[in-house]
Each structure stands twice: as C-alpha cells, then as structure tokens.
Design a protein around this ligand. Structure first.
Ligand code: 2RA
Length: 334
C-alpha cells in the first residue's frame, strides 16, 4: 500500500486523478489532497470517504508520501516537485515544467515504459495532444520508421479546464469570452497557449519536441497546427505520417488493433470512425479514417481521438504510478 498525494486536487485534472485512482483501485494506504489556499477545506470524496483539501506548503511532504500526482501548473511544480522529491516522494507531474528537462523522463506507458527507470524523483506527464498521437504512432514507427508527421488538432475546451468549458457555454449565450481570445462558440481558434517567435504556439512546439523525446528519435520531423474547437471534451487529430518503408493498409490496421491502448474504428462507409463523444469518459485512443496518402512514397492519413483529461492527463499519470509499483520502483507501506 502507498501514501499518495494529489497536488492541484480541486482542478479538472486533479479531480480526475482521484476518480481514476478509485476506478483502478490503486493501492492507497493514505490519501492527501493539496491545492492553493483558496481551496483549503474543500471536501472531495474518495472511496466513499470525504477528504479535506489542505493548502500546499513546503512541509506538506514531511509525512512519508510515496507518490505525488501534480496538476497545479508549471510555477507550482517548479517549486514544489523538487521539495517533494527531496523528501523521497516520486512526483508524476502533469505540468509542462519538467517535460524537456534532460534529467526527467517524459513517459507514455504504452510507448516508453522503461524510461521511468531513470527518473531522479520527478517523472513528467506529456501534453494531452502529444500523448494520444504517440500512442497511435508507436506501433507504426516500430515497423515502418517515421520520417515526418504533419498533425492538425481539434482540441476540446476542457483542455483549458473548467474555465474553458464555462467559456463555451457562456459564449453560446452571447457572453464575452473570459478564457479564450475570441468567442469559442461557432468558432475555431488557431491559438492554444502563447505564440513564439517562430510563428508557432507553445502547444504546437510541445507536440514537436515531446514526440521526439518520448519516441527517443530526434530524426522524426513533426509539424503541428493546434486549434481550439467548440467541443466540450475529447481532442481530435488529423495525422499525416510519412514512413521510410512501404506498408500494407491491412497490416497497418492490424498493428493498430493489437497495439496497447488503441481501439480502431475504421468503417467509414458505415459511419464508423472516432468521435469525441465516443472517446470522452474512456481511456483508449481511437483511430480511424486510415488511408494511404499517395502524394508521397510511403504516406498514411489517420484520425485519432482521445479523452484529453483522462488518457491525455489523469489516466496516463496513474498508469505511470502503476508502472512504478509494478517495477518495484516505489517503496510501499504495510
Ligand atoms: C489544452 N493541451 O488543450 C492543452 C493543455 N491541456 O489546452
């Protein structure tokens, strides 16, 4: 059994951490919930028992916590993840703070599970739009080796948390946008996170850089356009992949169908293809619209959908914690 902390417990991902830990019956001896001072005293339920949220402080980890799941923003992780790690806690951090740090593994259990073995106290959870993409790419890269990826995303408002969902509902009623730069209702916004000097957004460069690290192959060329769409939950992605080797479409479908964490939904003549409303609430990555791209030698198009709050954040982090236990990398308690 393990002492587990959730940091950022009252946020959308934090609450989903708690839900997924319960659903998957993670072996918890004691559960501690932390958030900012304004959330102190909030009561959250876990396995039929109410837990009071504590204010996150420097001494919060002085109580023998084995694993801490963080989703409290980069600035909080920057300060508190090292403190937790210094107390012997293993941190699985959902923020962007540590993802590209050379001393921190960036892990999707279906793709690079062994990378958890070189952690130094902190393991980074990738960006949601990256996670679903690499789960679909990994089985194909292993056989055909990827040369180039062009991805366009259609990202749900829940990617921006409750404020994002509130903006969709508010702007649907004619209210001014609070979270997004323009009304998301009736719109597609090609703007997720800040713009950089190269004309791309941080969200787009996360997909570029994180993919190379997770796949452990800097030769993979990735370019991305990330777009916010008026969907409440579930990110969709149009992915064009160019391989070094030729492929057979039936073999591609077979590889994807047998890949961990993947569900193939590919019978478009009968209107069978991935949908956000199908993926939402589940942990699988749904792949469809699988077809050859004849404009290049060995090109493939596919449409990939997943629940961005679950597999894209909370479930992926809990799966990392499960791997730590399975590999005997975390000391439990009687
Ligand atoms: C988003 N991927 O969708 C970002 C952060 N969750 O807003």
């Amino acid at each position: 059994m393990y002492n587990v902390a959730v940091v950022g417990a009252t946020g959308m991902v934090g609450r989903t951490f708690i839900k997924v830990l319960e659903e998957r019956n993670f072996p918890i001896k004691n559960l501690y919930l932390f958030a900012s001072k304004k959330s102190e005293g909030t009561l959250l339920e876990f396995k039929g028992k109410l837990y009071s949220v504590e204010e996150l402080k420097e001494d919060s980890f002085d109580r023998g916590i084995d694993i801490a799941l963080f989703s409290a923003g980069a600035s909080t992780s920057k300060v508190f993840a090292p403190i937790a790690a210094s107390k012997g806690c293993i941190v699985v951090d959902n923020s962007s703070q540590w993802r590209m740090d050379k001393k921190v593994p960036l892990v999707v259990p279906e793709v690079n599970p062994n990378d958890i073995k070189w952690h130094n106290g902190i393991i980074a959870n990738p960006n949601c739009s990256t996670i679903q993409m690499v789960v679909a790419l990994k089985p194909l890269h292993d056989i055909y080796r990827i040369k180039r990826v062009v991805v366009s995303t259609y990202q749900a408002v829940s990617g921006a948390g409750k404020k994002g969902v509130d903006d969709l509902k508010g702007t649907m009623n004619g209210e001014k946008p609070k979270q997004f730069p323009y009304p998301i209702y009736n719109n597609c916004l090609p703007h997720i996170d800040d713009f950089l000097n190269n004309g791309y957004t941080k969200e787009e460069m996360k997909m570029v850089n994180e993919t190379k690290k997770i796949m452990n192959d800097d030769r993979i060329k990735v370019t991305a356009t990330t777009v916010r769409v008026p969907v409440e939950n579930g990110h969709s992605e149009s992915i064009n992949v160019e391989f070094y080797k030729d492929f057979d479409l039936d073999e591609v479908r077979s590889l994807l169908s047998s890949a961990p964490g993947v569900v193939v939904m590919d019978d478009p003549q009968n209107r069978i293809y991935p949908l956000a409303t199908i993926a939402s609430g589940h942990d699988e990555v749904y792949v469809g619209r699988i077809r050859r791209d004849d404009t290049v030698d060995y090109g493939l198009n596919m449409f990939v959908v997943a629940d961005n709050v679950r597999k894209g954040a909370a479930t992926n982090a809990v799966q990392i914690a499960e791997l730590l236990v399975k590999e005997g990398l975390v000391h439990g308690r009687i």
